[in-house]
Design a protein around this ligand. Structure first.
Ligand SMILES: C[S@@+](CC[C@H](N)C(=O)[O-])C[C@H]1O[C@@H](n2cnc3c(N)ncnc32)[C@H](O)[C@@H]1O
Length: 277
């Protein structure tokens, strides 16, 4: 725990001091507490198991933590994030991205929350390609496991990402990996430290990400302006341009083609920008 504190909190003090923090899958509140002790102004923990929230509340009271500085929400984070808007600077997503198959849904919600930073700590596969490995979580009684959702039949299937898949996932929702904690450097030459061997082997990583772009304001869609003209590309050697250039496309046709590609890749479509005030 102390090793993880150093990697996940002490080394991120600059972004945690004074921050409003959302701790996803907050478990017994250990990392929510750590965030406050690192200088966060407020933390909201979201956890699906009430018994763990009770433990967190007890521990916070035991340590005399000011109740105005924290809040725990019990519920499936997908439902909680869909119904509640959190005004936060930093999101912690520790120990969860290998307990779900709903990565895009989660990233979509986080994108809309628009935190300045997102800190991710997760198990990964060592694949060098962008892959998600299907894993069956059988023991639903294990308090560290995935919550059963409406589509689970006893066991829950989850997808464990590789680092390249994780990078693509984060990028696709506007998060850029700023740094990956140097666990190997930290653990190198030391006797094995219990609980952190995954980091040493490269099957677990800690990433600090920053938001690359402002989120879409709820209720608004992205609106892109249309280019004024679409002409043939300049010829740069190689294949010669066709002697009869294709007929110029109208803005409507152009928009339709681009929309098809955009909708496939992002789910958004272009709209003609309004000039009305
Ligand atoms: C491996 S633990 C990680 C706990 C803590 N964040 C950490 O890094 O030590 C996974 C936690 O996710 C919680 N959890 C699983 N599915 C969840 C969901 N859909 N919504 C909220 N919490 C969930 C579990 O109850 C458990 O506390």
């Amino acid at each position: 725990m102390n090793e993880r504190y150093e990697a996940l909190f002490a080394s991120n003090r600059d972004i945690l001091e004074g921050a409003r923090v959302l701790d996803l899958a907050s478990h017994d509140g250990r990392y929510s507490f750590a965030a406050l002790k690192t200088g966060a102004a407020h933390v909201t923990g979201v956890e699906v198991r009430q018994s763990l929230i009770d433990r967190a509340q007890e521990a916070f009271a035991f340590y005399g933590q000011d109740p105005a500085t924290y809040r725990f929400v019990c519920g499936d984070m997908f439902e909680v994030l869909a119904r509640e808007k959190f005004d936060v600077d930093v999101v912690l997503c520790f120990g969860f991205l290998y307990h779900t198959y709903r990565h895009t849904e989660l990233m979509y919600r986080l994108h809309n929350l628009a935190p300045r930073h997102l800190i991710v700590d997760t198990m990964v596969t060592r694949e060098t390609r962008r892959t998600l490995k299907v894993i069956r979580e059988r023991d639903v009684e294990d308090i560290r496991s995935a919550a059963q959702d409406a589509w689970a039949v006893r066991q829950v299937l989850v997808l464990r990402p590789s680092v390249p898949a994780l990078r693509m996932l984060l990028r696709s929702y506007g998060f850029e990996i700023e740094s990956m904690y140097d666990w190997k450097g930290r653990l190198n030459g030391r006797p094995p430290v219990p609980g952190v061997d995954g980091y040493a082997k490269g099957t677990r990583v800690s990433l600090r990400c920053r938001s690359r772009e402002p989120a879409i304001t709820p209720g608004w869609e992205r609106v892109a302006t249309l280019p004024t003209a679409v002409g043939p590309r300049p010829h740069k050697g190689g294949r010669k341009p066709s002697p009869t250039p294709p007929p110029a496309q109208s803005a409507g046709e152009w928009r339709e083609r681009v929309n098809k590609m955009l909708a496939k890749a992002t789910g958004y479509e272009l709209r003609r920008a309004s000039t009305k005030r």
